[in-house]
Design a protein around this ligand. Structure first.
Ligand SMILES: Cc1cc2nc3c(=O)[nH]c(=O)nc-3n(C[C@H](O)[C@H](O)[C@H](O)COP(=O)(O)OP(=O)(O)OC[C@H]3O[C@@H](n4cnc5c(N)ncnc54)[C@H](O)[C@@H]3O)c2cc1C
Length: 449
């Protein structure tokens, strides 16, 4: 009998784990990704705030799988499916499969306001992270050029929308950057006057964590001069302000800012829509494909969907969260099913998610950890956070690089990856005002006399 052809779409946490778990299996695997690297998304906020470089948190898929002889890596964007003929499409190229695993992940969701994307970048890719880094650093540079940050407070006001782990981590890191790292770097402005505002619709930050940890996280952020606005929802986003509404009193609240970052949700990857259409199924509200308890699509025992793109509930009907642990465990489970099929054995247990807990870091040496049987926060939580994140970095080389970079950052309070890449002229209108109204060089020279 010829070997089964397994096609995996997406080399993220789910897809890569499925491929790696099939290492010793007598199958031919094709892993297709539109990027040539696996990305460790939990550390994107570090790239966005200059703590790490992109290469520290990304590993080439080809190099990860270089020793796995049954795996072929193809670079390309999957554009469609020919289900009757069991093929996937990369534009004109067709790749046949016996078993398909779709692990294409998710993308930032603007809750029905796609026009906000340009004004408030999300944090989902390396490009997003370097764009946020560019905007954050350029805001300080522009303020320095304008010469007086009291005149243009909106330039040094950062609004982060979404108080989940990503929003909390970003707010803490931007606070450290402004209040510590950049403290002595400018002459015309004082970065310590930066305002950082974290907006969350729920009553608590980190809504998936116990209230006690949410309160700890909020108190730690407030100590770091982050203003936390709970029970506020975004109504409008503009290039120079954001309009919020208090969800209890319906009072409106305008914040003048040139820097808005979106950390308020994700939606299934677009390729999921194509697959659902071809199979005549309906996506859930989060744009995810409903799957059965063995990760297959009903009526299609050879098509698995895993990770962020899959909508699955646990034994008590609760939706599984869109986190790396779910994707990795589903990847491993699907590989077990395929191995059993190859060995002509039965393997029928439903997928069971083993929830190891949640964690979020708030800044240098502070974090919150919920392992369900124990909850803790502070320095020990931060050490646990460090340990877990180093352990799960895919390549040994990245572990060493990240460990040494973090040790350097920890002791020097520096963030040495503070590079502005791309267009450095972020606020052209304000710069135009500068040339009319102020002479920053004269201001700074006068101060130094
Ligand atoms: C900023 C941030 C912080 C996070 N922090 C945590 C955390 O602390 N802990 C945690 O557990 N989870 C965290 N997550 C969530 C976690 O990263 C996701 O749940 C996980 O990545 C999902 O794995 P996946 O395999 O489904 O998708 P992904 O890891 O996103 O991988 C999807 C892959 O599919 C590829 N792809 C997509 N469409 C196509 C296509 N059409 N053709 C070819 N390839 C395609 C993509 O390039 C990508 O490589 C975080 C996410 C973000 C964005």
């Amino acid at each position: 009998m010829s070997r089964l052809k397994i096609v995996v779409v997406g080399g993220g946490f789910g897809g890569l784990n499925a491929v790696a778990s099939l290492r010793k299996c007598n199958v031919d695997i094709t892993l297709i990704d539109r990027r040539n690297f696996h990305l460790f998304q939990p550390l994107l906020y570090q790239v966005a705030t200059g703590g790490l470089s992109p290469a520290n948190i990304a590993s080439p898929l080809r190099s990860i799988l270089s020793r796995q002889k049954n795996a072929l890596v193809l670079l390309g964007e999957v554009t469609g499916f020919d289900i009757p003929n069991k093929q996937i499409l990369i534009q004109e190229t067709r790749v046949p499969f016996d078993i398909l695993i779709v692990a294409a992940g998710s993308q930032t969701s603007y809750l029905g306001h796609p026009e906000w994307e340009k004004l408030a970048p999300g944090l989902k890719s390396i490009e997003d992270a370097t764009e946020i880094r560019r905007r954050v650093l350029t805001a300080f540079e522009t303020a320095e050029k304008l010469g007086d940050n009291n005149k243009y407070p909106s330039l040094m006001t950062f609004v982060i929308v979404g108080g989940g782990p990503t929003g909390v981590e970003l707010a803490g890191a931007i606070s450290e950057l402004a209040h510590t790292t950049l403290r002595n770097d400018f002459r015309n402005i004082n970065p310590e006057h930066t305002r950082i505002i974290l907006v969350e619709g729920h009553e608590y930050l980190l809504p998936n964590m116990p209230v006690k940890l949410s309160e700890n996280a909020k108190a730690s952020l407030q100590k770091m001069k982050v203003e936390v606005l709970n029970k506020h929802r975004v109504q409008e986003i503009h290039s120079d302000h954001v309009l919020l509404e208090n969800s209890l009193t319906h009072e409106k609240h305008r914040i003048d800012t040139n820097n808005i970052i979106w950390a308020a949700g994700v939606h299934g990857a677009p390729i999921g829509e194509k697959l659902a259409k071809d199979l005549g199924i309906t996506l859930d509200r989060g744009g995810r494909i409903p799957v059965q308890n063995d990760c297959t699509i009903a009526g299609h025992p050879d098509i698995f969907v895993i990770g962020d793109l899959a909508a699955m509930t646990n034994e008590v009907g609760k939706p599984l969260p869109g986190v790396a642990q779910v994707a990795m465990q589903q990847g491993h489970y699907v590989a077990q099913k395929i191995r059993a099929k190859v060995d002509q054995k039965s393997f029928d247990p439903p997928f069971h998610y083993f929830d190891k807990g949640n964690m979020a870091t708030i800044g240098r040496a502070k974090a919150v950890v919920d392992m369900h049987w124990i909850q803790f926060s502070g320095w020990f939580a931060w050490v646990a956070w460090l340990f877990v994140h180093i352990t799960y970095l895919i390549q040994f080389q990245n572990r060493i690089l990240v460990m040494s970079q973090w040790a350097w950052n920890y002791f020097t309070r520096n963030r040495s990856a503070r590079l502005i890449t791309g267009d450095a002229a972020q606020h052209p209108q304000l710069i135009a005002q500068l040339s009319e109204k102020t002479d920053p060089l004269a201001d700074s020279q006068a101060k130094n006399q």
